[in-house]
Design a protein around this ligand. Structure first.
Ligand code: GA4
Length: 339
């Protein structure tokens, strides 16, 4: 009998399922919502939004397209790859040796990129795929702008559209990602009895620990769990799946734009091999980013005598280049500290 080899990266880590992650009801009273968002971003860099206004059919159409793509044969999926960085990728993440138990489609939200890839992603009905993606992006972009305006308001930044303007720009460099995490039961049959649910040694890394480089990420998943966020003291908090909500991540650029007040949350996705039903995790992430030539510089309201400028101004192009020169888990923002 061969025993499952515990993944050394995960050994000895602390998991805390008792921490309650913030939920923001966007239909709530505006002032209260602004305050709650700021608190969530300072404490976790992460929160859930409900009553978000993204139509259910927009989400279900996108999910249907995603499922139909990932159900194809390996050979068919490979026609939309390799991810360079856009297109279909399997197991390899980025260009510097990062790997995970994940397959994905990564796209720039620019309509030309979407149109181009739609032909190989969905050769039987590219228009249907393209429309589903464009509708989804339009809806989540609107949601991201609303949240960014609430953040600026909550931080008393006088130019309340300062953050949202960056992603509304027609040259924005926002991305869209579809992830599929296969059930590792199919890959690892060596475990004789199902391990207890929180025994991290029996999980594999789907997408390793990292922060998102952009401004804001809106993440939606099906009802299969696996996402975890990391608190400052290296405790991992499992994120309960909720297919009706969106999870919002603060990205590195927003941490810089808020002069370090908001935390760019470190997170990862694990895949379990003790999932008895065969349902696999699928997620879709919208990464709201500025145009390549945009400058990232914290506004005066968040730079004070007590809290001087933490990061030097940089362009998104420079930040993105640095991101792609490093490994997934590297802390890139530290390289942009002002001296
Ligand atoms: C993490 C967040 C997004 O998924 C992503 C990822 C990107 C990629 O998969 O191409 C990166 C990763 C992400 C950060 C470090 C670099 C770039 C893989 C990698 C090793 C699309 C992004 O923008 O940055």
């Amino acid at each position: 009998m061969v025993l499952a080899t515990p993944n050394p990266i995960l050994r000895g880590e602390k998991i805390d399922s008792n921490i309650e992650l913030p939920t923001i009801d966007l239909m709530g009273e505006r002032k209260k919502v602004c305050k709650e968002i700021v608190k969530a971003c300072e404490e976790f860099g992460f929160f859930k939004v409900i009553n978000h206004g993204v139509p259910v059919d927009v989400i279900s159409k996108m999910e249907e397209e995603s499922l139909s793509f990932f159900s194809k044969s390996e050979a068919q999926k490979k026609q939309a790859g390799p991810a360079n960085p856009y297109g279909y990728g399997s197991k390899t993440i980025g260009f510097n040796g990062d790997m995970g138990e994940v397959e994905y489609i990564l796209l720039n939200t620019n309509p030309n990129t979407i149109a181009h890839y739609s032909n190989t992603i969905s050769n039987n009905n590219p228009t249907k795929f393209r429309c589903a993606v464009n509708w989804y992006i339009e809806a989540v972009k609107r949601l991201a702008c609303e949240i960014l305006d609430l953040m600026a308001n909550g931080l008393s930044v006088s130019d309340t559209n300062l953050f949202s303007r960056l992603i509304k720009d027609s040259d924005n460099d926002s991305l869209f990602r579809l992830n599929h995490y296969p059930n590792t039961k199919d890959m690892d049959t060596s475990s004789p009895t199902p391990p207890p649910p929180m025994d991290v040694a029996h999980y594999k890394v789907g997408f390793g620990e990292h922060s998102d480089p952009q401004i804001l990420t809106l993440l939606r998943s099906n009802d299969v769990g696996g996402l975890q966020i990391s608190l400052e003291d290296k405790v991992w908090v499992p994120v309960p799946p909720d297919p009706f909500a969106f999870w919002v991540n603060v990205g590195d650029v927003l941490q810089a734009l808020t002069n370090g007040r908001f935390l760019s949350v470190r997170h990862r996705a694990l895949v379990t091999n003790n999932n008895n039903n065969n349902k696999t995790r699928m997620s879709m992430a919208y990464f709201a980013a500025p145009p390549l030539n945009a400058w990232v510089s914290a506004p005066k309201e968040v730079v004070t005598h007590e809290k001087p400028r933490l990061y030097r101004p940089f362009t998104w192009a420079e930040y993105k280049r640095t991101t792609y020169s490093l490994r997934l888990g590297d802390s890139r923002l530290n390289l942009f500290k002002s001296n």
